[in-house]
Design a protein around this ligand. Structure first.
Ligand code: IPM
Ligand code: MG
Length: 356
């Protein structure tokens, strides 16, 4: 049965990196992958076209698709818009609408890029961490929220950290299962010494360990986890945490590799439907200059093939092609070092296509 993909180029460098990724997808389809795709706008691009960052057109297409591939959203020209109309709200809305509660953010150091990290090579060489971030709850969505004037006539901002037991259990299950497929170590990150929500988080994740006795569970407060990630990151295998801590720690972890331009991510719902996007943002400063690194998006396509289309062969074919161009010494500006060949965004696309 033909699988339907929704492709959302988004803003900034989004359209360029998606263009290169679609060339790869076209080749796979030409070689027999039973899939088709349709484009829709998200974020600022959607606001420009429809007046809303997650318009009905996009919603319909994404709801009926088997998987969604996204470039990136956001740009300074949208910063003055009313909050509900900003590009980021489009991203949050699609996550919530498709119930994409499980966010996988791998931080892997590619051996060819060992020098890209600002940390000492011995601290990061061989690094392979998976952050499992809860994506549809927590202070991101908790009510009440807003900015209002209090009884003293002073403005007051309010957000609410909130998790239901069932939300913690379902992300816990995903994280334990991921650990079982890897090195069987799970570190749950919380702030249980201060925040009740995460005290309950810790209780639930601990109780679940009896269903996964082969997984070694540890707990860490988020401030310590932030420190340990730069001090001794190789102690981690899988980390599981809530939405806001995961947002922060995943940026930190990605930079250990020195190349956020290389890291894909997947956000899945209970049925394996997913949204796939690079871990980096829309980089408005280099948008439209054919300089961006398309590899994180190409690797996101590989994740899409693996998790939503269950096509391991195609996923590996893409990943191996990326490995090959790195071995050939081709680099976009973000990962460039002396002795390598500097290529453009489309030049990188050419090379991956050739390696495929
Ligand atoms: C991310 C981003 C988003 C988030 C923003 C753009 C809303 O930082 O995907 O990590 O905070 O989740
Ligand atoms: Mg973030």
């Amino acid at each position: 049965m033909t699988q339907h993909l929704a492709i959302l180029p988004g803003d900034g460098i989004g359209p360029e990196i998606i263009e290169q990724t679609v060339r790869i997808l076209d080749r796979l389809i030409a070689d027999g992958l039973d899939a088709d795709y349709q484009y829709a706008p998200l974020g600022g691009a959607a606001y420009d076209e429809y007046g809303h960052p997650y318009p009905e057109f996009t919603q319909k297409l994404c709801r009926s698709a088997d998987a969604v591939l996204l470039g990136a959203v956001g740009g300074p020209q949208y910063d003055q818009l009313d909050r509900p109309l900003r590009p980021e709200r489009g991203l949050l809305a699609i996550r919530k609408d498709l119930n994409l509660f499980a966010n996988f953010r791998p931080a892997i150091l590619f051996p060819e890029l060992a020098n890209a990290s600002t940390l000492k090579p011995e601290v990061v060489s061989g690094l392979n961490i998976l952050i499992v971030r809860e994506l549809t709850g927590d202070i991101y969505f908790g009510e009440p929220r807003g900015i209002h004037t209090n009884a003293q006539g002073e403005r007051e901002g309010v957000n609410t950290m909130r998790y239901a037991e069932s939300e913690i259990r379902r992300i816990g299950k995903i994280a334990y299962e991921a650990a079982q497929k890897r090195n069987k170590k799970l570190c749950s990150v919380d702030k249980a010494n201060v925040l009740e929500t995460t005290e309950m988080w810790r209780q639930i994740i601990t109780a679940m360990n009896s269903d996964y006795p082969d997984v070694e569970l540890t707990h860490m407060y988020v401030d310590n986890a932030a420190m340990q990630l730069v001090k001794a990151p190789k102690q981690f295998d899988v980390m599981v945490t809530g939405n806001i801590f995961g947002d922060i720690l995943s940026d930190e972890a990605s930079m250990l590799t020195g190349s956020i331009g290389m890291l894909p991510s997947a956000s899945l719902n209970e049925t394996g439907k997913g949204l796939y996007e690079p871990s980096h943002g829309s980089a408005p400063d280099i948008a439209g200059q054919n300089k961006a690194n398309p590899l994180a998006t190409i690797l996101s396509l590989a994740m899409l093939l693996r998790y939503s289309l269950s096509n391991e062969d195609a996923a590996q074919r893409v990943e191996q092609a990326v490995g090959k161009v790195l071995a050939q010494g081709l680099r976009t500006g973000d990962i460039y070092e002396d002795g390598c060949t500097l290529v453009s965004c489309s030049g990188m696309g050419d090379a991956v296509l050739a390696a495929l």
